[in-house]
Design a protein around this ligand. Structure first.
Ligand SMILES: Cc1cc2nc3c(=O)[nH]c(=O)nc-3n(C[C@H](O)[C@H](O)[C@H](O)COP(=O)(O)O)c2cc1C
Length: 136
């Protein structure tokens, strides 16, 4: 999760955000092909990263396909889509706006010092609806 002050790794087990980088990386969560014409004011950027090590060393059922790159892709893209869908639902329930999009994978990989088996997939902006933003 990229915020103004830094980027945090969400630990689902402890439900905590652990700091991984300081500074504002939210610009890199926007599609680099759109950045020239569009400036995001969303306070929160969720950055979805697949960690292949978590698939090949699962604590769950050791499905042989989890070592096959194509099957790995199907798992992490489905996971990412499900999480993004849940974020859309929670955002709607809270009166927030959300937007699922491409991101600057090269910049994020470098800035977050990701390992080769950690793959940046997509990002999702979360913020206030445009009308609410205009009224502030
Ligand atoms: C995998 C995926 C990647 C997407 N990437 C982008 C993107 O980089 N830029 C963009 O404007 N929309 C992207 N979209 C589409 C947006 O999520 C959204 O559907 C679109 O902006 C229309 O939103 P609206 O229905 O609220 O107008 C992507 C959608 C998916 C499923």
């Amino acid at each position: 999760m990229a915020l103004e002050d830094g980027t945090y790794l969400y630990d689902a087990v402890t439900h905590r955000l652990n700091p991984v980088a300081t500074g504002d990386l939210r610009f890199a969560a926007i599609n680099p092909r759109q950045r020239a014409t569009f400036r995001s004011t969303a306070p929160v950027q969720l950055i979805y990263v697949a960690d292949l090590h978590r698939l090949t060393h699962t604590i769950g059922f050791k499905e042989p396909g989890l070592h096959d790159p194509e099957i790995q892709k199907s798992y992490y893209f489905v996971d990412c889509g499900m999480i993004g869908g849940n974020v859309y639902l929670v955002a709607a329930a809270q009166g927030l706006a959300a937007w699922f999009h491409n991101c600057d994978k090269a910049t994020l990989t470098k800035s977050l010092a990701l390992r080769p088996e950690q793959k940046v997939l997509f990002a999702q902006s979360v913020g206030w609806p445009a009308a609410a933003e205009a009224g502030k």
